[in-house]
Design a protein around this ligand. Sequence first.
Ligand code: ZN
Length: 128
Amino acid sequence: MALKYCQGPECHKHKTKDRIKGMKGSKSYQTRRRSSFYYGNDNFCSLNCQNDWFNKYGDQAIDHYGRTTEAKHLTQDNAWVKDWNYPSGDYMGSENRQYIYVNGITKEQRPLTEEQYRDKSYTLNTGE
Ligand SMILES: [Zn+2]
């Protein structure tokens, strides 16, 4: 797996032993490099680094993608949430899961196939 760098703009300034790299005589604290990261959608080595990024770029990012300027509303048109459960009394393994769509406003339930459950683009929601 390819290695990638933490996107935290101050990563190299958080002084930990694992960040010290380089040959004797020219060692320095360096940006962490890993095959995967736990934070910020696999972009940051720590919450500190994620917060550093937001403190530096967050306002620009919000302005770029559109600042929320009025309240959004949860209605029956956008309250569908995917969920799964086991048929009553059966807790034996994931092959017996039943996948469902649940409307958080009306409480209506509709059956889902496993494929629909895993398909991130499949939705019953018609609003944001
Ligand atoms: Zn970092």
